[in-house]
Ligand binder design. Structure first.
Ligand SMILES: Cc1cc2nc3c(=O)[nH]c(=O)nc-3n(C[C@H](O)[C@H](O)[C@H](O)COP(=O)(O)O)c2cc1C
Length: 363
């Protein structure tokens, strides 16, 4: 086991998960202000290998492994976090208006399953504050901002949700390198969304089309292998070249075979992230890949990436980029380097000279 698994994790796992999360962000903030430390960390954690460089949506990702949304919700620690070897960092989810999120406790660890149950309900400082904070971030890797409707605890009309997504997007023009629209948040609307009606998604696309200098946009949707639903989404975005790809979100609930006893799970509201979700998220990539036009859209694969094999599997199933979160909690930041090095080894073994050659080649 690593220094993180042996020494750090046992201490962190005795503490309240949300406290640890906040402390990590504070640590990231502190590191971000010290350029000498940033350089040293980058030297330790970053794998510089041209075979891993991916060009997507006009952006250069020095490696495919990105930090998923939810870790740095308010964009406080992006500079510090980016030094741990990620190919991209996604901030958020951020809503047009600030939100407190759900009542605590709202974050739970499942060590037996290497999983986390999340019931945050997207607490965030709101688009104006986060945008102001990020405006001086000056990252060397692509900075994504994940947008979501404001969690008010009330059901919102399609018109209001569309207006919120437009307001929030405007705040990040010139700040974010790409936007991700979180359409199905498992913690606010139990994964339901006004955008489940493809016509509503079509209206949002029309509104976005009129925005000036809109950065590339990705849609984050509940993982689905339902061809009719997928085709509805692809039709809704077909005439909108600013949509560059898709990320899959986890469904609400904990519909997996788990080692954690049911009575413990019953005390944990929310959606499950981490190792048990891998297979289901892989299936979504596998189903979507043959249906998209890879010259227009890419898949950012996420869900249960813990090893280089997990990462490579998602790439072979059709993901061009990757995002992870839960594995960091269980295995620490050294994992990013390990995964990137492991990807290089696998490319070499399979005779590929670049990662892009492996995308969608199948298992
Ligand atoms: C604590 C936590 C908070 C999260 N918050 C968000 C969020 O605010 N917005 C979002 O789109 N996804 C959020 N996610 C989902 C992640 O971005 C990612 O899609 C998911 O965790 C799957 O990857 P993983 O198995 O590597 O964790 C969150 C995940 C975790 C573990």
């Amino acid at each position: 086991m690593s220094w993180y698994g042996n020494f750090i994790r046992p201490i962190l796992f005795r503490l309240d998960p949300e406290w640890v999360h906040n402390a990590t962000i504070r640590g990231g903030e502190l590191i971000g202000n010290r350029s000498f430390l940033l350089k040293q960390l980058d030297r330790c954690f970053r794998v510089n290998d041209p075979r891993l460089e991916m060009k997507v949506a006009g952006l250069k990702f020095s490696n495919p492994v990105g930090l998923a949304a939810g870790f740095d919700k308010n964009g406080k620690a992006v500079r510090g976090l980016s030094a741990f070897g990620f190919g991209s960092v996604e901030v958020g989810s951020v809503s047009a208006r600030a939100s407190e999120g759900n009542p605590r406790p709202r974050l739970f660890r499942l060590p037996k399953d290497e999983a986390i149950v999340v019931f945050y309900g997207v607490p965030n400082d709101g688009a104006a504050v986060v945008s102001e904070r990020l405006s001086s971030a000056a990252l060397e890797i692509p900075l994504g901002v994940n947008l979501v409707e404001t969690n008010t605890g009330q059901e919102a009309t399609a018109d209001l949700v569309i207006e919120e997504f437009v307001t929030a997007a405007k705040k990040f023009v010139g700040v974010a390198d790409y936007l991700t629209l979180s359409m199905n948040c498992p913690n606010t609307t139990a994964g339901g969304s006004v955008f489940d009606d493809s016509k509503v998604l079509g209206v949002l696309m029309q509104e976005y089309r009129n925005l000036t200098d809109l950065p590339p946009v990705f849609l984050k949707l509940t993982a689905t292998s339902d061809n009719q639903r997928i085709n509805g989404i692809l039709e809704a975005v077909a005439n909108h070249p600013f949509i560059k790809g898709f990320i899959f979100n986890l469904p609400s609930g904990k519909n997996y075979r788990l080692k954690t006893p049911q009575e413990e799970l019953d005390r944990m509201p929310g959606a499950l992230c981490g190792r048990p979700s891998r297979e289901m998220m892989d299936d979504a990539v596998k189903t979507w890949f043959p249906l998209i036009d890879p010259s227009r859209h890419v898949i950012m694969g996420s869900g249960g990436i813990f090893t280089a094999d997990d990462a490579y599997r998602k790439i072979k199933l059709g993901a061009s980029l990757l995002q992870l979160y839960t594995a960091l909690v269980f295995h620490g930041p050294g994992l990013i380097r390990k995964i990137n090095e492991g990807l290089c080894e696998r490319l070499e073994k399979d005779g590929y000279s670049h990662l892009s050659e492996a995308v969608g080649t199948g298992l």
